[in-house]
Structure formats: C-alpha cells, structure tokens
Design a protein around this ligand. Structure first.
Ligand SMILES: [Zn+2]
Length: 337
C-alpha cells in the first residue's frame, strides 16, 4: 500500500509564517522584532550572535548571515532544523499547524505514477485554509505516569508537594518529555491537551527551555483557565506569563490565575477570557518586568479594557516576575486591585 502524499508546497508556504514556526520551536522569545524583521541567534547552526539570523516578516523568508550563509522559506527552515527533505518538512508543517490537507491538494494513499488518474484535484476556487485555523487542540488519549514529584528542581522553584500534586507536574524519565519537568496543560473543559516539558535548570546553548508537542498550538489555550474560571466572579482574574508564576500565585492562595505561556495574548486567548467575563469583571495583568512583558501588558490592557476593568501591575524592579513574590505580597497586590 503506497502512502505517498502529494504536497502542494506553494499552498503550505502561504499558510504558515516563520513567526509561527519559531513559536513552535519555543524560540520566539529569543527573537527580537523590529519593523518588518525578527532577529536572533541562528537556531540551525546553533549560533549565539543575536543578529546573525534574520526573518523578513512580510516576505516570510529567513537568512543566516553567519555559518549557514543560507536562507529560504518556511519549509526550507523546517527541513534544515529537522534535517529532512522539503517534502517531509511540508508534512510536518501540516501536522504541527493543523492545516487541512484536503485544501492543500494532497492526495493520500495514491501511487505517484498514477496520480493523474486521481478523480479530483482540489479546485482552484477552493478557499485556502486560514493560517490560524480554529481547530482545537485534541485532548490527549494518554497520561504521563510515574512522574517524579520530588524532583529537586520543583523545590528550587519553591513549589510545595501539595502544589506539585495539584498541578500534576513532575520529572519525566522516559518518552517525548524525557529529562524534563512535564506540566499538563488543560483546555477550558479540564481535559489534558498537552504536556509542556521544562528543562530542569538553565538549558545550554541550543536547548530550548520549554518543549511542546508537535502540532500543539499553545495560542489556543490558557494555562489553568479550567479552574480559574470557576472561581467567584467578583474576584479579579490575574493574568501572568508563565506556568511557575501561575503555580506560585495558586500556592499563595490566589487561585483565579491563568498563564498565557508567553508575553503576548493571542486572539483565541482574548476570546476565551472575554467569554468568561462580564462587564463588571476585573482583570489584573501581571507580566514580567522586562521588555517583552512591558509591551505585552500594554497591548493586553488596550484590548481587554474595551470590555472589562483592567489594571496593570508594575513591579518596581527590573526583571521581577510574579513567581518572585511572597504569599504576603501577592495578597496585597490582588486585594488592592
Ligand atoms: Zn546559521
């Protein structure tokens, strides 16, 4: 049985952006945006110079001016990162970004030489898939069990045994999240849709801090929202960036907290927040006190303030994060909002 797939490279290239791909690799935060370009260290040759790799957002192409001395489109990038063919890269892109193979004129289970026999090719008038498809992340059919709950990294981050068990986090010895702290991510209905894998410590050059499963779109989820939305409506919803910020607030007794899993709020996350709010709802935006957090919170406040009461928390020290707060400080901040 031949499983050859015909891939319309052109169609796929227009469906995915370099920004989405960097996000997929957990690299987006290591890139700086300025005007039409994103620049950062080259993820292909694992460079360190922060300007050697550049992406043109409008053209959706990349270039490494250092070791690779090479550039290309989105598929070339995946092919080089994975060390696979363009064809295989296209299939990966379809899987990762939930593209609809039907409308990308792919015929599966066909033999290449008999392709012309295939009854119908995708009609040219067929609308293309939107880059941000609304297909939700599918609930996982498995659970990572035997996670080590007493891993020292979790204690280093200040988590108590109760919080560790409550959030179901733990060190994973085997499988796709091997040697990482696995953090289950639930959708709004409380089903696990992915495990994020945090490197337990400071990762070395080229090793991402977080690993997310292929195809998982974190922009569609809000960490801990399944529980936070069940909290009393009169309490403010606190929005933080990271898993550990969220767990820290939760541990301090403030449970109406969600994490964006980054410093920006996606359209889907905005929708989810507003769907679970009224115009009396209050939102406290508490992102990290760094450049990304500062620009992220402005944008979030601007978008949410049209529908709810929004307050921004600013830390008085650079690089402060909600995770660094004591339980007492968290209490004071939330109560004053
Ligand atoms: Zn390079």
């Amino acid at each position: 049985m031949s499983k050859t797939k015909f891939v319309d490279f052109k169609a796929i290239k227009t469906q995915i952006t370099m920004e989405q791909i960097l996000e997929h690799y957990g690299l987006r935060d290591t890139f700086k945006k300025s005007g039409d370009s994103l620049s950062g260290p080259c993820p292909i040759h694992k460079g360190i110079n922060p300007t050697q790799f550049r992406v043109s957002i409008s053209k959706n192409i990349w270039n490494c001016f250092s070791e690779c001395k090479h550039g290309g489109n989105a598929l070339d990038f995946i092919a080089r990162m994975e060390n696979i063919t363009i064809h295989a890269a296209a299939l990966k892109a379809i899987e990762w970004f939930g593209l609809d193979p039907e409308s990308l004129s792919i015929e599966s289970d066909a033999e290449p030489e008999k392709a012309n026999r295939a009854p119908k090719k995708a009609a040219p008038t067929k609308p293309a898939v939107k880059p941000e498809s609304d297909a939700p992340n599918k609930p996982l059919k498995f659970r990572l069990d035997k996670l080590e709950r007493d891993h020292p990294y979790l204690k280093d981050r200040g988590l108590t045994q109760e919080t560790i068990v409550d959030f179901g986090v733990g060190f994973c010895a085997k499988g796709t999240m091997a040697d990482r702290i696995a953090i289950p991510i639930h959708n709004v209905s409380g089903e696990i849709v992915a495990y994020a894998g945090r490197f337990p410590g400071e990762p070395g050059e080229g090793t991402p801090k977080y690993k997310l499963p292929q195809g998982f779109r974190k922009s569609l989820e809000l960490f801990n929202c399944d529980r936070a939305f069940k909290e009393p409506p009169e309490r403010p919803l606190v929005i933080v960036e990271g898993f550990f910020d969220c767990m820290t607030l939760h541990q301090a007794g403030y449970r109406k907290v969600v994490a964006l899993m980054g410093s920006t709020m996606s359209a889907a996350q905005e929708k989810l927040i507003l769907k679970n709010a009224t115009h009396h709802s209050q939102i406290l935006v508490m992102l990290d006190e760094d450049e990304a957090g500062q620009s992220g919170r402005e944008d979030i406040a601007n978008r949410l303030c049209r529908s709810v009461f929004v307050r921004i928390h600013m830390f008085d020290k650079e690089n402060m994060q909600p995770e660094h707060l004591t339980a007492e400080e968290i209490k004071t901040i939330v109560q004053n909002s």
